[in-house]
Design a protein around this ligand. Structure first.
Ligand code: MV4
Length: 508
């Protein structure tokens, strides 16, 4: 087995990969930018190398500096995590050229799946389901007009270079087509330096369901079931679960077999994810394939009991898969919340800063993948993901109750987080019933999910009393300094106030 692995990433995913390495008795090498000197992944690693200034283009995206750290440390393999260089075929090639194993798929699979139109064409040629639409880039508006009429409205314009909702335009009628085409093209040009767009039939109220696949370099590919990822905000997932409330054994088998065939046609090895849209009638369509370990992989691990990172390492070393399809069993239900440093009550505005206090949930069925610690400063240069809180229970209802309990135990002070948002989502009737689709988050936010309840009369009286006592004791109308606050006592008081049942007069 490898003796030493470099992790070309930061935050929670770097720590996650290192944990697998430690259990496998593999030494770990961290890389870090100037602002990450004190980060958790640097402290966790056996050794660490600086790779440049804070902007990721000067550090975590610098292939030359990452490879130089690998060479100096004597690492035999590199795990890229997700994001940064994870889906960059040039990086994978540069690793292999340097005689370092890239813990990921073959370069050719990454290249095929990196193009939305090329991967779509390959899936169509194999006779597998894709959303009806064009199988090539559309150069002229006349082409767009003709194909849109053939497909039938509503249609979706998509950037061929794809991703993140950029260059994505839904068009309800022909009268909107020309201006939508122009905006989609210029957005695609700005985001990807490639203005190519193509067309698909617009699927109404779809779910985003993805299949985890795992393949070795000896031609064996299996799937590990699905993840329900419909809860997204601005094309960013916020909560994922396994299994999907919309998938039964038969659908799982059909989607799984389709995913394995897509992996096979791509010559895939290592861990990958095939994304599908699932329409309300239960038809599924290939969307794209992600050639990396995904953020939400823990829910699959909790339900299958398979450690995806360890499998990735063994596969990259050349070992055969230890799991046959018929050995993969899904047991119970898992949910994950992505805990971000952002103010959910203020349009999810980023909230970096000092983590003044951190009290993590614990107890039965809880898994927390964190990249932070109390006393650490969340930098503003990167994605503000603090941790992923995942729970497992014997069924979905118990998993929801367990997640509510875990969120209630989670105390993060000094910065704002989206925990209050999750508390409300987990109490939403439609979410609890499993009635969700990709429009859910926008709908519930528009319906006032995060609106503050005005304080009750009782709360106002308590506040007034507190203010009076403060003036009396200090002789000052200035508020006490925030630094002197006892957060535990405060939290306790808030919780008590919240629980007061005597809310009088017509508020819900
Ligand atoms: C769609 C679609 C409906 N019909 N394609 C958005 C990002 C990209 N990954 C694919 N996306 C969509 N493609 C057709 N033909 C709806 C979406 C979509 C979506 C998909 C997954 C998760 C969240 C979403 C939110 C809005 C729209």
């Amino acid at each position: 087995m490898f003796r030493k692995i470099l992790i070309a990433n930061r935050g929670e995913i770097a720590v996650r990969v290192m944990r697998a390495c430690r259990e496998m008795d593999i030494r770990t090498v961290a890389v870090f930018s100037d602002v990450d000197r004190k980060s958790l992944h640097v402290r966790y690693a056996d050794e660490a190398y600086p790779i440049g200034p804070a902007p990721s283009t000067e550090s975590y995206l610098r292939i030359d500096r990452v490879l130089e750290a690998a060479r100096r440390s004597g690492a035999e393999a590199i795990h890229p995590g997700y994001g940064f260089l994870a889906e960059n075929p040039d990086f994978a090639r540069a690793c292999e050229d340097a005689g370092i194993a890239f813990i990921g798929p073959p370069v050719s699979s990454m290249e095929l799946m990196g193009s939305k139109t090329a991967s779509r064409r390959a899936v169509i040629e194999a006779g597998l389901p894709v959303v009806p639409g064009a199988d090539r880039n559309l150069e002229s508006f006349e082409d767009v007009q003709r194909i849109a009429a053939e497909i039938g409205y509503p249609v979706m314009l998509k950037a061929s270079a794809g991703g993140g909702g950029k260059g994505l335009r839904m068009v309800r009628a022909e009268s909107e087509l020309e201006s939508a085409w122009r905006t989609a093209r210029s957005e695609a040009q700005n985001a990807f330096n490639d203005s190519a767009v193509y067309l698909e039939k617009y699927i109404e109220h779809p779910r985003h369901v993805e299949i985890q696949i795992l393949g070795d370099r000896h031609g064996h590919l299996i799937h590990l079931g699905e993840r329900e990822c419909s809860l997204q905000r601005r094309h960013q997932k916020v909560l994922e679960e396994c299994p999907s409330p919309a998938v039964n054994d038969d659908l799982r088998r059909r989607m799984g077999e389709t995913a394995v065939r897509i992996g096979t046609l791509a010559g895939y090895a290592n861990a990958g994810t095939v994304e599908f849209l699932l329409d309300p009638q239960g038809h599924f369509y290939f969307l794209e394939m992600n050639t990396r370990l995904q953020v939400e992989h823990p829910v699959t691990e909790l339900v299958t009991g398979i450690d995806l990172v360890k499998e990735q390492v063994r596969i990259a070393f050349g070992e055969k898969l230890t799991w046959r399809q018929e050995d993969v069993r899904m047991r119970g239900a898992a949910i994950e919340c992505r805990i971000y440093a952002e103010d959910a009550a203020n349009n999810f505005f980023p909230s970096p800063g000092l983590i003044a206090r951190l009290q993590a949930p614990a107890g039965p069925g809880i898994r927390r993948d964190s990249g932070v610690y109390e006393g650490w400063q969340v930098p503003l240069e990167y994605d503000p993901l603090l941790s992923k809180l995942a729970v497992w229970a014997t069924n979905r209802a118990e998993a929801l109750a367990r997640m509510r309990r875990a969120l209630g135990e989670y105390e993060i002070q000094g910065i704002r987080t989206n925990i209050p948002f999750f508390r409300r989502v987990l109490e939403h009737q439609d979410f609890m019933a499993g009635r969700l689709d990709t429009g859910f988050i926008d709908r519930v936010l528009a319906a006032g999910l995060m609106e503050e309840e005005p304080p009750s009369e009782a709360e106002e009286r308590v506040a007034l009393l507190g203010a009076l006592l403060h003036v009396e004791r200090t002789g000052s109308a200035q508020p006490a300094a925030t630094a002197a606050r006892d957060w535990w006592k405060q939290a306790g008081r808030r919780a008590l106030l919240r629980r007061r049942p005597e809310r009088s007069g017509g508020r819900s």
